[in-house]
Design a protein around this ligand. Sequence first.
Ligand code: ATP
Length: 361
Amino acid sequence: MSPAVEFRNVSKNFGSFLAVDDFSLTVAKGQFVTLLGSSGSGKTTSLMMLAGFMTPSSGNIYLDGQDVTDLPPHRRNIGLVYQNYALFPHMTVAANVGFPLKMRHVPKDEIANRVKATLEKVRLHQFADRFPSQLSGGQQQRVALARAMVFEPSILLMDEPLGALDKNLREEMQVEIKRIQREVGITTIYVTHDQEEAMSMSDNVVVMSRGRIEQAAPPAELYEQPGNAFIAQFVGSANVISGKVSVNKGTASFVSDAGVVIPLKPADALIDGTRKAAVIRPERVRFTTAEDTVGIPATVESVLYGGTMIRYVTRSGDQRIHVVTVNRGDTPLQPGDATYLAWEEKDFRLVETPQAETRQT
Ligand code: ATP
């Protein structure tokens, strides 16, 4: 079976500026894939090329195995939802949702049936006769979603659809969009700069930076096995410690630039003198005692009491290490306390050092 979507080595220049650089991606039918990246990373440009509103400078785009690179938007059978709902203010909800069918000359009876069924899917059937101005932001966005799905497009593209909503409504709509997408089973490509949104909604997340794909993987893989320091910091938070691998007579360690020596399990892949970045998530660091041989000594610098979580900044030599613990009601450590830090071996990852051009700004 052909994939629902395929980008093959797609690039897009605006003059001498390369907005999308050798973008290759395959999306299987029914998947929810998110393009995640900071402003200007090329997400919208990639989506617009898929929708047909922009033409790639090179490379090809396939929908259901068909090369659509040069096909106009209206022949691609794609549903689109934007941040600004772009509903017609003078039309009722039902008329807005029925509009794409009217444009396709679908008979009136069938329009009525399909509008009703689609409004039921987004749970807005009781609002069919209202005008957009009589709906909340979340409801308007669901109308926009219904309008994008009513003609049964082969894929749904959503560009920051929740950007205009406040945090609570945004979270509610994430759940709602995910429910609808799962029920309808429609292949969806979603664009956001919000990493939590991307992680909680997607089957696969494509992290983009400066027009390139940094890593494409399921959310848990991105979090647990970030390919480089940029991803580690962009997806969740991470201690990224620059340093060198040291291998000596069967023992191995990581020596941070700040001079902290962290013991490593000797492995063939470790080459003496290689520059690496060590990645360790703050919630995977635990406080321990001197007797625990895996610990490194540290001093607590500051403590942020957050109710559910307690956030610590600690210092080991000249190296700052952030630690997050779940608040179990014990007395937190205090600034100035001497402690030891430890972690499971699997949670201490060596990755490529951050490149100047991929460092998060
Ligand atoms: P945002 O989250 O801010 O929408 P994005 O990741 O979607 O960002 P794009 O809109 O794809 O980024 O833009 C990628 C780069 O291409 C940006 O630097 C942008 O300024 C540039 N760009 C986009 N469209 C054009 C255009 N029509 N002409 C010139 N440059 C453009």
